[in-house]
Design a protein around this ligand. Structure first.
Ligand code: BGC
Length: 941
């Protein structure tokens, strides 16, 4: 059998062409994307942005020119006719976000495109494989459809689980169909059905936005669903985010104008082979009912489905809906502006089989999926009609083997299914999701007039479906330490568990909100693991929609129910930090231009209330460095000294946000603003230094967190950095060599330990197994990152149930440290979108090898190293049309070879010098093997 390692190496081998110095037969433009997406349907940008990756078999390859063709039909594209846009040869190395500038694009158009590129010696690639996008409905009037609803759904006055609504109509199609497209959205959640089949595979559409501002629509190619003759279209609507009471807090209707209301908006275009187009739209002629099988559905509580109430054929032609009430037109819903969905849909992306099923109490069966995960289960159910089975989901078990559910607070996470026939049936909920590793199955077999035995499931009856926003995987990591691999496995699963249209804090209890402070910490880690460009493009719009008129960002977004105070340091600052990550990693200047004014208003809000430049007033909510060391209880653990003084944390974030706004302004050519916010940053920095920092580098509060923030945000002059790092180390010592930091500062502490020359200390913390540490979580049996270091302790039990999620990504932000220092990859914001980047692995912690592969927006980057007999071997892949600064441990520059030769031999590697036991090189694209002699075998702890 092939080992995993070999599979990995081969995967890279196949993915890359052979590198040679000769003719570049492999030169290609590939991975074509429009608005970050592959062949997207329904785009509403009138000037969509086109991007590709340059692939080459030749080192040092650069794109010197490109030629784009955009055609109104595939046939024209195949004939090289760019009737919509023919750029001709454009001398440019640009491969990202080329803004469409051809003939004006109209609603519902299809655009086919391809690209060819020229290399550095003038060689030209063949045309790329064709790609496409289709335009959506650019103007609300283009829908021609009315928002329709069941009469009871128009004026629902309160939220709470309600029966799902079914809507339907039928129509006739005269002849063979050439192409059919459905544009659809809803208030609440929808599942679209055509002629008895579910359309597409997206779940929980149209996802979570500030509904009274914007609702996302999806476009589906439904050609294969439509037939000549009679057809039927239907939709099931359920509550979803629009019907939930967040945190179990009842909200007044006035605060959420659409709370609990449900409606459908659809336009279906059917183009016949005869060239005529027929359009079916939502209208009062549709019929609706709430008497179907889905008796209630709630994201938090789960679904109740009674298959005895199924209405077979309701979504097919010929169904008698005469008794269904007519749908009504809901004019008020038109306030929700339909917009294209830029992010990848939520989808079931994988399955997990249970590893065992136990019966801790008679009739109570508990499945163990072996992994804390998020989604729902598919269950096979046997027994007579009327047999009812209940699935209760939980992340942990009690000591007696029953499911532990106290930490779910108000979320029931329970699905109940009642059989409709005597045959085996399969059930899968559609309008909910759960966070769980364990599933309790109970029920009764229905046997009229007889003793009713408990329902007994079999191991093979249940499958867990892993469901999340399907952002494509971008990074893969592996190293010689099982513990570090385990931690990174937990980080990745926690990311999967918290991507549900918005970046959530947790997937199980009655929150699941887009908490800004959590993703602000985790954003770069998230980007290393998945392509987050579409996801963040969508969510940053939610952030802007949730911003208060005075400039305050909320604590979480979307926040549609109550313009709650918000404006909390580190949480609100996600409004500057996350868009800047989008720029650093994806070079997204359009996003910066759209977002800039919003970010500036946030900084102005803080500034106006704190003219002293110390953020001491209007401090928002008291989250501070949430879950810092002062919240931990342990014998010998200092009672105080973990929590950074709120104004120190706040002023540090104020400075950081001001600096980011200055940089954003510079990027989008607002030079005057760039100077103004640059001066503001310098002013805040000076005020911080004067007020909170002693001449010996001690920072007010003397906390690890305070040092981590001041160092990370560059608030200290060079001379004080080493001193501050010294205090930080002393404070680690006071905690017995442990972190006393919270969710805002743990990963920043790690990054700054390494940056100030204490890499070994960072490795020691990463691989520590005593409380509190990531290794301690692993030892307690974690398979995802926990909200608390001690969520569960063997022999002691659970933390307080109020705030005890076992799937919380904030502490998983340590993934950024692993990527930047173990793998060694960092983007360079002066040449954003990985046009230039660093590969600087720093071995330590006893690791003998590590490898990371990152699919950047410009192509695949690899850093793969091994320490052997005093030598450091580093295999690097730099994508075509990019460059990298490679830095590796080396006794001196002379001891380094590249492909067994002196570095300069290839002409593509330029030595930059050696310092502090490392040698650096400027490297052109291609694959290289660096080998150096090290001082001593590093990595021994
Ligand atoms: C969430 C956190 C969040 C916090 C604010 C909690 O309920 O789960 O992760 O950032 O509230 O302090």
């Amino acid at each position: 059998m092939m080992t995993r390692r070999w599979v990995w190496v081969l995967a890279i081998g196949f993915a890359q062409p052979a590198w040679s110095a000769g003719a570049d037969r492999d030169l290609r433009g590939e991975a074509l994307r429009c608005e970050y997406r592959v062949d997207p349907l329904g785009v509403d940008a009138v000037r969509p942005r086109l991007s590709w990756v340059v692939r080459s078999g030749r080192r040092g390859q650069k794109q010197t020119a490109y030629h784009l063709l955009v055609s109104g039909s595939r046939a024209k594209l195949d004939r090289d006719e760019g009737d919509l846009w023919d750029t001709g040869k454009v001398e440019s190395d640009r491969t990202l976000h080329v803004v469409y500038a051809g003939k004006p694009l109209r609603s519902r158009m299809r655009c086919w495109w391809k690209v060819r590129v020229w290399g550095k010696d003038g060689e030209v690639s063949p045309w790329s494989r064709p790609a496409m996008w289709s335009m959506g409905l650019l103007d609300p009037g283009d829908w021609q459809a009315k928002w329709i609803a069941h009469p009871a759904d128009v004026s629902a006055s309160e939220a709470g689980p309600m029966p799902a609504t079914m809507l339907r109509t039928s129509f006739a199609v005269a002849g063979p169909v050439k192409r059919a497209t459905a544009y659809v959205t809803a208030l609440g959640l929808y599942e679209l059905r055509l002629n008895g089949r579910r359309v597409g595979d997206s779940a929980l559409a149209p996802e979570f936005t500030v509904y009274d501002r914007r609702v996302q629509y999806q476009a589906h190619d439904v050609t294969e669903y439509i037939v000549a003759g009679d057809n039927a279209v239907g939709a099931v609507l359920a509550d979803g985010w629009n019907g939930e009471y967040f945190f179990g807090m009842p909200m007044r209707q006035a605060q959420r104008p659409f709370l609990g209301r449900r409606g459908l908006l659809l336009r279906l275009d059917i183009e016949g082979e005869d060239g005529k187009t027929q359009t079916v739209v939502t209208a009062p002629s549709w019929r609706s009912t709430r008497r179907g099988p889905t008796r209630s559905a709630s994201l938090y509580d789960g679904e109740v489905y009674d298959a005895r109430r199924a209405m077979p054929g309701w979504d097919k032609p010929g169904f008698d809906d005469a008794l269904w009430p007519a749908a009504v037109v809901a004019e008020a819903f038109a306030r929700a502006k339909p917009v294209w969905q830029p992010n990848e849909s939520i989808r079931a992306v994988g399955e997990r089989k249970p590893v065992k099923v136990a019966e801790p109490k008679p009739g109570v069966f508990v499945f163990d999926l072996g992994q804390n995960m998020v989604g729902w289960c598919r269950l096979k159910v046997r027994g007579r009609a009327g047999t009812t089975v209940r699935l209760r989901h939980a992340e942990m078990l009690n000591d007696d083997g029953t499911v532990y559910r106290a930490n779910l607070r108000g979320a029931e996470q329970t699905d109940t299914y009642t059989k409709g026939t005597g045959a085996e049936e399969t059930y899968e909920p559609r309008f909910t999701y759960h966070g769980f590793r364990y599933v309790e199955c109970t029920g009764t077999e229905y046997k009229p007039w007889r003793y009713m035995p408990a329902y007994k499931p079999r191991l093979g009856d249940l499958v867990g479906l892993v469901v999340h926003s399907a952002s494509p995987q971008a990074g893969r990591f592996e190293c010689s330490s099982d513990l570090v691999n385990r931690i990174m496995h937990m980080v990745v699963w926690t990311q999967r568990g918290n991507l549900h249209s918005v970046p959530t804090d947790c997937p199980q209890r009655d929150e699941r909100a887009g908490w800004m402070g959590d993703i602000q910490s985790f954003a770069q880690t998230a980007i290393f693991h998945m392509d987050m460009a579409g996801f963040f493009s969508k969510w940053l719009r939610d952030v802007r929609d949730s911003q208060m008129p005075d400039g305050r960002y909320p604590n979480f977004a979307p926040m549609d129910f109550d313009r709650w105070r918000g404006g909390t340091p580190a949480w609100a600052d996600a409004g500057t930090i996350v868009p800047w990550r989008m720029y650093q990693n994806y070079a997204d200047t359009r996003l910066l231009a759209e977002h800039y004014d919003s970010a500036r208003r946030w900084v102005d809000f803080v500034h106006a209330r704190n003219p002293s430049l110390l953020w001491e007033k209007a401090l928002g909510d008291k989250f501070n460095d949430w879950l810092n060391g002062d919240t931990l209880v342990q014998d010998g653990w200092p009672r105080k000294g973990g929590q950074v003084p709120p104004r120190v944390l706040a002023t540090a974030f104020f400075a950081h946000s001001a600096e980011i706004v200055a940089k954003m302004a510079a990027v989008i050519d607002r030079a005057e603003d760039a100077r103004r916010y640059g001066r503001l940053f310098e002013g805040i920095k000076a005020a911080f230094l004067k007020r909170y920092v002693q001449p010996d580098g001690r920072i007010e509060g003397n906390t690890q967190a305070g040092y981590a923030l001041a160092l990370r945000f560059n608030l200290l002059p060079e001379a004080l950095r080493a001193k501050a790092a010294g205090h930080l180390l002393a404070e680690l010592g006071r905690y017995g060599g442990h972190m006393s930091t919270g969710i805002q500062t743990s990963h920043r502490l790690m990054l700054e330990l390494t940056r100030t020359g204490h890499n070994d200390e960072a490795y020691r913390l990463l691989t520590l197994q005593t409380f509190p540490s990531w290794g301690f979580m692993v030892k307690q049996g974690a398979t995802t990152i926990w909200e608390r270091w001690d969520g569960y302790v063997k022999g002691r039990g659970f933390q307080k149930p109020m705030m005890n999620s076992f799937n919380h990504w904030a502490l998983g932000a340590v993934g950024e440290w692993v990527w930047r220092n173990v793998v060694g990859l960092s983007p360079d914001e002066s040449r954003p979108g990985w046009k230039h980047f660093t590969v600087a692995p720093r071995p330590g912690g006893g690791l003998t090898w590590a490898r990371g592969r990152y699919d950047s927006i410009r192509g695949t980057i690899v850093s793969d190293w091994r320490v052997e007999a005093g030598r450091f071997r580093l295999d690097v892949t730099v994508p075509a049309n990019t460059t990298a600064t490679v830095s590796l441990p080396a006794r001196d520059a002379e001891s380094v070879t590249v492909d067994d030769k002196p570095p300069v031999a290839s002409g593509l590697v330029r030595p930059l010098g050696a310092r502090d036991g490392r040698a650096s090189f400027m490297v052109s694209s291609g694959r290289y093997r660096f080998v150096s002699l090290m001082d001593a075998s590093p990595g021994r702890p």
